[in-house]
Design a protein around this ligand. Structure first.
Ligand SMILES: CSC[C@@H](O)[C@@H](O)C(=O)COP(=O)(O)O
Length: 353
């Protein structure tokens, strides 16, 4: 399953707002269209929006090849800034744009616009292909944590639709299934946007991975019944001390896991680490339109004029996280010291400095 495709001239995005029932592709031929697609959640999930933004820069660069080198740089950098504003919490977006900016800055002042545009396209392709390899590595590392078949509970969508392919938390689940070490997956529906019900259930159905969809408020009951062996979720930003921002409802699951003595894992690539932030308190949390809470598919659930709050992410304190699973290994009991030791081991170059 794929939700992002670069044709060499346009970025094709599978409109995730319409899944699972309609599979409609949107062709973006300008950076503005990509920015709008990210804001409107046509494309979503931290690694997927990072790759989409990189292709947004590529589209702008390709449209400016007749410009002078200085005008080209100015225009492309303006678009990078615009893309960076589209969604605030997922740091992968910034990480990808920093990579694109570094490519631009490596060229001498008199480099031709065409040469710079070509290099930017290559970098976007590199970001996209690395993501799939990274997720496969995360899957391998994560699956090694489980010796026997398990029941996993997951939240939101962290699969092929949220990445360029394979997925992070869902990558671990996918790998467990391949290794016959997965009993089944409990899929939180993930109110209000229903990424679990619409997207994760869609991916698991397509691959015939056994799952059952539950309402978000069923997790506690299942844990009490002994029906959950572990929770695995993705992440949008991980601070220096291991505090992790992810889809709203993640923190509640971590608290429940602590109460029930169930391991709580975060699976994320190094591009989700924000070493510049001391703790989760510094992570910007996106709030979205309250109509996404009061309405479902355009139909009002609440009385007319009902006030609602739509906080899209929450922060799980590192003390509640059993381990963070990355492509470079596992960080057990993440905290400042273990995170710093991990960072030294993998090298600063791979994370966000
Ligand atoms: C591999 S995706 C990790 C996270 O981005 C995912 O868990 C999540 O919270 C997605 O939120 P979304 O608002 O759908 O972009």
């Amino acid at each position: 399953m794929k939700a992002i495709e670069w044709t060499g001239s346009v970025l094709r995005l599978l409109d995730q707002r319409l899944l699972p029932h309609d599979q409609v592709w949107i062709d973006c031929d300008r950076a503005e269209a990509v920015a709008k697609a990210i804001v409107d959640m046509v494309v979503r999930g931290a690694p997927a929006i990072a790759a989409a933004a990189a292709y947004g820069v590529t589209l702008e660069a390709r449209s400016q090849t007749a410009a002078s080198p200085a005008a080209f740089r100015q225009q492309v950098e303006a678009v990078m800034q615009q893309l960076e504003q589209t969604r605030p919490t997922a740091v992968n977006l910034k990480w990808a744009l920093h990579r694109m900016k570094a490519v631009l800055q490596a060229f001498p002042a008199d480099a031709t616009a065409a040469a710079m545009a070509h290099a930017l396209e290559q970098e976007a392709n590199q970001i996209a292909s690395e993501d799939v390899a990274t997720n496969r590595a995360i899957g391998e590392v994560g699956a090694a944590l489980f010796a026997n078949p398990v029941n996993i509970l997951t939240h939101c969508n962290t699969g092929s639709l949220a990445t360029v392919g394979y997925g992070t938390a869902l990558g671990v689940i996918r790998r467990l299934h391949e290794l016959r070490r997965l009993r089944m997956v409990w899929v939180d529906e993930t109110r209000p946007y229903l990424q679990g019900a619409r997207l994760t259930a869609f991916e698991l159905s397509a691959e015939q991975i056994p799952y059952r969809l539950i309402t978000d408020n069923t997790a506690a009951y299942l844990m009490q019944q002994g029906a959950v062996d572990a929770v695995i979720v993705g992440a949008d930003r991980i601070a220096r001390n291991g505090d992790t921002a992810n889809k709203i409802g993640t923190y509640g699951l971590a608290v429940l896991c602590q109460h029930h003595h169930i391991p709580f894992y975060v699976a994320a690539p190094l591009s989700t680490f924000d070493w510049s932030l001391a703790s989760g308190q510094d992570i910007p949390i996106e709030t979205r339109n309250a109509a996404e809470v009061t309405h479902l598919f355009g139909r009002a659930l609440a009385p007319t004029g009902a006030e609602a709050l739509h906080v899209a992410f929450d922060v799980t304190p590192h003390s509640l996280i059993t381990a963070i699973i990355t492509e470079a290994g596992v960080i057990e009991q993440p905290a400042l010291a273990s995170m710093q030791a991990f960072r030294r081991r993998v090298g600063e170059a791979e994370g966000k400095g």
